[in-house]
Design a protein around this ligand. Structure first.
Ligand code: HPA
Length: 271
């Protein structure tokens, strides 16, 4: 784990990433944002020894180093997922690499299914909290004390003070931003209608297959976290239609400009 992180830090530092303040993880269909950063430089995950590479369509599998609002940003254009067969501890690599580069705040994004029936395809949801229903945890295994404690507190994973400020900012800019609980399933199957009824009963507003491991790893090493879900579809059983990755990608494409506006607001005015 540490060797892979050190190798990644070395390659990223060679592209000027040292001193990045903000880390950005871009979810399904949302990766193009990274290419719009000022002065982008690229490091492929495949060029970092030991780094897992995502094979999901719509994920590019590289770091992008760039600037926005005068701040240095390190973005992950594409991430790997638990359902690809990697242990969750490896899903912490990107976040821990960012930590070593100096990142103080992680902005983590995803495409998600809407469980809250007041949502619709295209709703942007600020993550207030999560339910880790994935069946695993990125901190399983030997604790790396240099990153954080064995039994980390989880009472403010998605930094409340930033959420409060972002809601005020986005309202003043006319960007509609829901706020709710994200529940992680392992995937790769989409959920059944019964699982979605369970998720709603348990307090979830959205469901997805990512984000939670990265947010846990970030909170463990005392990063601030902002989580954004783009609701690309209503979850199974809510509308009378099947779910597909094509629908997810299509909605992400249609919402890309609004999504970019929100991320710009976060990078330029909130952080
Ligand atoms: N379920 C799980 N993950 C998802 C969904 C969904 O409905 N939509 C996009 N990612």
């Amino acid at each position: 784990m540490l060797e892979i992180i050190n190798a990644a830090v070395e390659r990223l530092a060679a592209q000027g990433a040292m001193g990045a303040q903000v880390g950005l993880i871009l979810g399904s269909g949302l990766g193009d944002y990274a290419e719009g950063l000022d002065n982008p430089k690229f490091v492929n995950y495949a060029d970092i020894p030991g780094y897992p590479v995502s094979e999901v369509v719509g994920h590019k599998s590289r770091f992008v180093i760039g600037e926005r609002g005068g701040k240095k940003i390190i973005a992950m254009q594409g991430r790997f997922h638990f359902y690809e067969g990697v242990p969750q501890s490896l899903l912490a690599l990107g976040v821990r690499t960012m930590k070593q580069l100096g990142v103080k705040t992680l902005v983590v994004t995803n495409a998600a299914g809407g469980v809250n029936t007041s949502y619709h395809a295209g709703t942007l949801m600020l993550i207030s909290d999560h339910i880790n229903y994935s069946g695993s945890n990125p901190l399983i295994g030997k604790n790396l004390d240099e990153f954080g404690p064995r039994f980390p507190d989880q009472s403010d994973v998605y930094t409340r003070a930033l959420r409060t400020k972002l809601q005020v900012l986005s309202a003043s800019e006319g960007i509609e931003l829901a706020e709710g609980v994200y529940m992680m399933f392992s995937g790769p199957t989409y959920e059944t209608p019964a699982e979605i009824r369970m998720a709603r009963t348990l307090g979830a507003d959205a469901v997805g297959m990512s984000t939670v491991p990265e947010a846990i790893a970030a909170a463990h090493c005392k990063m601030q976290v902002i989580g954004i879900s783009l609701i690309t579809n209503m979850a199974a059983g809510i509308l009378n239609q099947p779910l597909s990755h094509e629908e997810v990608a299509e909605t992400a494409g249609i919402a890309a400009t609004r999504f970019a506006g929100l991320i710009d607001l976060i990078l330029e005015k909130l952080l």
